[in-house]
Design a protein around this ligand. Structure first.
Ligand SMILES: Nc1nc2c(ncn2[C@@H]2O[C@H](COP(=O)(O)OP(=O)(O)OP(=O)(O)O)[C@@H](O)[C@H]2O)c(=O)[nH]1
Ligand SMILES: [Mg+2]
Length: 421
């Protein structure tokens, strides 16, 4: 099954707790602290694997977690770090982290860190200084980072085939490449995009054939619109238009061309800025000459080719044209388009913020929250250290400024403290 869009939540591993312990041996008085640090929590990475074609296996699991770090132990033994988790994604996967553009993975083995594992808590051996020789203090492990991540495949191809259902896109792809897409004489034969590699005189390029587009696609009709994203990276769009005649007006190739163009424009203004080749297909069928003549008269300044995907007539010329056109640069590249449409916001985050709710002072902010999470409040010295750090951050002054009096309740990260001047 071809799944080209998933949203998953990721939680990196939590760091292991640090340990409080002292060396106790015969004949070694004042052995000193020897509590080891906790191990680091595992990270989560995405890695590009060009042999993968779908995000199906990620769609089964809505939540991924990396392993936690282990606790530090006595005798300066450090906890083992948690194992990293590497999730494989297909080439062309765009990663949005918490709704913002994060990465575009294209080449094989390209790997990015998405959420970082928590730091291991320090054991008491780490707190030893010349003046402070017997610390009874350690930290808890830091929680791992969490994120909501959306993955979307944007297939990597140089040329995209677009057209109405049944116009012969898949037939044409099977003609020019080794791809074997399903072909049949009914609309919507192609349900997911097909890729084919065209080799010609020592050069090669990739063509994407997507499901047919119909009028009203941009309002959700048919299947094609969802798949237009897969031709967003291409340099060339090839409009495949059926010129075999029917009596009704709907088979006028010029009308088809206009409808297609309108749908593409409604999808994205960038699509219609690509290089275009118009392919009038099925010229082996009788009485299409009249249509072709009229079409050419109405669209004079466009590249128009006549082919028969079934007999192969005109197909070589099409390949040569595509190759020639590929050498011309595009006015807009996919990369720029992505950057333009998803602007990264850098938000300044203060160390802490204070709000008053029902007389309680609520303190938030990632720095102070992390500090709170790694502090072991049952250790006297850890508590003292905590108080020192938040004083240096300026929390006490801020609380006083906001009118806090002795005995008021201050809430940090779910913990309640009583304010004292
Ligand atoms: N006579 C003739 N028939 C053709 C030609 N090209 C395609 N066909 C026929 O048209 C029908 C549709 O072809 P497909 O290649 O499946 O069309 P498609 O554009 O991929 O259609 P969807 O996947 O539904 O969008 C098939 O029966 C083909 O055999 C051609 O050049 N001449
Ligand atoms: Mg098809």
């Amino acid at each position: 099954m071809f799944i080209d869009k998933v949203t998953i939540s990721l939680t990196a591993g939590c760091g292991g707790d640090g340990c409080v312990s002292f060396r106790r041996e015969k004949y070694v008085p004042y052995g000193g602290p020897n509590g080891g640090n906790g191990g680091k929590g595992g990270d989560i990475y995405f890695e590009c694997d060009i042999h993968k074609t779908t995000l199906l296996d990620l769609s089964y699991t809505p939540k991924f977690r990396a392993e936690n770090g282990q606790k530090g132990l006595s005798n300066n033994r450090f906890g083992k770090s948690g194992k990293d988790l590497v999730l494989k994604v297909p080439s062309g996967t765009l990663v949005l982290k918490n709704g913002e553009f994060y990465a575009d993975l294209k080449s094989t083995n390209e790997r990015i860190l998405v959420v970082k594992g928590g730091r291991g808590g320090r054991g008491n051996a780490s707190f030893k200084t010349a003046r402070y020789t017997a610390p009874r203090i350690s930290e808890k492990g830091e929680p791992g980072e969490t994120a909501e991540v959306s993955l979307e495949i944007f297939l990597i191809a140089e040329v995209g085939f677009v057209g109405f259902p049944n116009s012969g896109k898949s037939t044409l792809l099977s003609r020019i490449s080794a791809a074997k897409p399903k072909i049949a004489n009914y609309p919507f034969t192609t349900l997911v995009p097909n890729l084919g590699v065209v080799n010609y005189k020592g050069k090669s390029f990739v063509v994407a054939d997507i499901p047919g587009i119909i009028e009203g696609a941009h309002k959700g009709k048919g299947l094609g619109f969802e798949f237009l994203r897969h031709i967003r990276r291409t340099n060339i769009l090839v409009y495949v238009i059926d010129v075999s005649t029917n009596d009704d007006d709907s088979s006028d190739p010029y009308v088809s061309y206009k409808i297609l163009n309108n749908e593409l424009r409604n999808y994205s203004k960038y699509l219609v800025e690509k290089h275009v080749i118009i392919v009038l297909n099925k010229i082996d069928l009788p009485s299409c000459q009249e249509h072709i003549k009229k079409f050419r008269e109405r669209l004079k300044n466009k590249k128009i080719l006549e082919v028969s995907a079934v007999t192969g007539k005109g197909v070589d010329k099409l390949i040569v044209e595509m190759m020639k056109m590929l050498e011309r640069p595009l006015s807009f590249k996919f990369e720029e388009e992505v950057k333009e449409t998803s602007i990264k916001r850098y938000i300044y985050k203060p160390d802490f913020q204070v709000n008053i709710e029902n007389g309680v002072f609520i303190v938030t902010g990632s720095k102070i929250e992390t500090l709170t999470k790694i502090t072991k409040f049952n250790e006297d010295e850890a508590l003292r250290r905590y108080q020192n750090i938040i004083k240096k951050m300026g929390l006490e002054t801020k609380l006083e400024e906001m009118g806090a009096k002795s005995g008021d309740i201050v809430k940090i990260c779910g913990f309640e403290f009583v304010f004292e001047k």
